[in-house]
Design a protein around this ligand. Structure first.
Ligand SMILES: CC(C)(COP(=O)(O)OP(=O)(O)OC[C@H]1O[C@@H](n2cnc3c(N)ncnc32)[C@H](O)[C@@H]1OP(=O)(O)O)[C@@H](O)C(=O)NCCC(=O)NCCS
Length: 158
């Protein structure tokens, strides 16, 4: 089912193509829009008035604040050291450690960015297209590159 029955959808959430998304066990705040080919996993939380662009993946353990922009094809990560198998059997839920990620209110994440886990992207920060974010991003900062480095400090971080 593209939007599972256990998704908590706030008022006025827009899902342009409900048949082309995969949402389950997550919470989406009011007024948020979700583009096609987006997957949002269980226990992920998306705040109010966010824009989630097409082809992005928001995994368990991710919390987006309010008014967060997620570009196209943004990948979040929650397992720092993934393994297909453990001692010869296929790895399952108990075999890995989930690390959470927080994106604070008003932050923007450029298209194609990869967000490693266990970090915080501060309020109003901007992540460049194609960045690989490996650590915390200060409030208001602009970061870009692989690995992402500071382009400019924001007013909020000065
Ligand atoms: C990171 C970003 C916000 C910076 O924009 P800006 O403040 O106008 O910065 P500038 O274009 O002046 O670039 C500043 C420096 O960062 C570099 N840079 C800019 N964007 C970059 C990126 N995505 N990755 C790597 N380096 C980048 C520039 O080459 C420049 O380097 P230099 O000083 O060595 O010449 C912007 O380039 C960006 O990537 N925005 C995201 C757009 C996006 O994904 N939108 C999604 C919806 S379509």
């Amino acid at each position: 089912m593209p939007v599972a029955g256990n998704v908590v959808l706030g008022q006025g959430v827009t899902i342009a193509h409900p048949e082309l998304v995969n949402l389950y066990g997550c919470t989406i705040g009011e007024g948020t829009s979700i583009g096609p080919f987006v997957e949002i996993q269980k226990d992920a939380t998306v705040g109010r008035l966010c824009k989630i662009s097409s082809h992005s993946f928001i995994c368990s353990g991710v919390t987006l604040g309010d008014e967060v922009f997620v570009g196209h094809g943004v990948m979040f990560i929650n397992d720092r050291a993934p393994r297909a198998t453990v001692e010869g059997r296929r790895a399952s839920d108990g075999d890995w450690r989930l690390e959470t990620t927080l994106v604070e209110d008003g932050a923007s994440i450029g298209s194609g960015a990869i967000i490693l886990c266990g970090l915080t992207i501060g309020r109003g920060a901007m992540v460049g297209a194609g960045a690989v974010v490996t650590g915390d991003v200060a409030a208001g900062a602009v970061v870009a590159g692989v690995a992402a480095r500071l382009v400019r400090r924001g007013e909020q971080s000065e």
